[in-house]
Design a protein around this ligand. Structure first.
Ligand code: NDP
Length: 293
């Protein structure tokens, strides 16, 4: 039986946020980073995410600007709002909360954001920068996964790493980041054959699937490190419990380390959004970007 270390994402996030707040204070004489958030419609989960982001901005000394727009807003009107924010020199980061209503093309919205203010790291220019391992704004959740892995393992060099999920938000960018850390990558998705065997071969598994408790304990190689990105509602409609993609209880005693849900990758994602806002502010204004790794 392996002793499993539970990776405390809340604690790492608190440390990271303190460092970010210190740097913001450091630059106070020169500038205050500004983050603009846009919420279209009244999706309750999106409202909670946005509220957290605004609160964290305030806590860290980032100036926050928020736009609450009706679900009926036209794509053209939303593009016009983004143009205003792109041109506003006080704004360093622009975040449009996803998902957007069906009549709005999310890609067109992402592409309209100034890449220098794209703190989600979804713009094609930033995606290309990541692909080429060049400077840019990188997506927050994959960055959070890399940070937690490096805190746990120090080096990822050569390790057999299985990423389950190939979304543009998590799986794909994370796979590139892992590659840049010299890990040996396998990417699995819904069409993958014999996922269990792939899991049993992996030194590291990152689960970004969106299915509660999908990955079972018996699929984990003893001693493997598990990063659980999933944030899922319980299958029981009466329960408000949030569940990961990994069956946490079964992983205990088998994995050498695992992130819990909640309290693992989630808090780190918000911390890295704040970091990206600081980074965007420094890059745009010609100041040195503080290193948080
Ligand atoms: P997507 O739905 O965009 O992608 C899910 C991926 O899982 C797809 O690539 C899909 O494959 C794959 N998949 C689905 N079923 C299976 C299966 N049976 N076997 C193997 N792979 C499968 O989700 P996201 O990437 O946006 O999010 C994934 C999870 O992470 C969700 O629970 C989400 O809530 C959470 N999340 C958490 C964040 C955080 O801060 N902690 C941030 C972002 C997301 P295919 O491509 O073939 O369809």
């Amino acid at each position: 039986m392996t002793q499993t270390h539970v990776i405390d994402g809340k604690e790492f996030a608190a440390l990271l946020k303190t460092k970010i707040a210190d740097q913001i204070l450091n630059y106070k004489q020169n500038f205050t980073p500004g983050l603009a958030t846009i919420l279209v419609g009244t999706n309750p989960s999106s409202q909670i995410y946005i509220k957290n982001k605004i609160k964290t901005s305030h806590d860290l000394g980032i100036k926050s600007y928020h736009l609450d727009l009706p679900a009926t807003i036209s794509e053209i009107a939303l593009l016009a709002e983004i143009k205003i924010l792109n041109e506003d020199s006080n704004i360093d980061g622009i975040l449009v909360q996803m998902p957007l209503p069906d009549h709005i093309d999310a890609n067109r919205i992402i592409n309209a954001i100034d890449p220098q203010k794209d703190v989600d790291g979804f713009h094609p220019i930033n995606a290309a920068a990541l692909y080429m391992n060049q400077k840019g704004l990188y997506p927050c959740t994959p960055t959070a996964c890399i940070y937690l892995l490096k805190q746990t393992l120090s080096s990822l060099r050569g390790l057999k790493t299985l990423v389950i999920g190939r979304s543009m938000i998590v799986g794909k960018p994370l796979s590139l980041m892992l590659l840049h850390e010299d890990a040996t990558i396998t990417i699995a998705h819904s069409q993958t054959i014999d996922l269990k065997t792939l899991c049993l071969e992996a030194d590291i598994i990152v689960a970004a699937i969106g299915r509660p408790h999908f990955l079972r304990g018996s699929w984990i190689k003893p001693g493997a490190v598990i990063i659980d990105v999933g944030i899922n509602r319980s299958l029981d409609p009466d329960s408000k419990k949030i569940m990961g993609d990994v069956c946490f209880e079964e992983a205990l005693g088998r994995a050498s380390a695992i992130t819990p849900v909640p309290g693992g990758v989630g808090p780190m994602t918000i911390a890295f959004l704040m970091y990206n806002t600081l980074k965007a502010a420094c890059l745009r204004r010609g100041y040195e970007v503080p290193d948080m790794f």
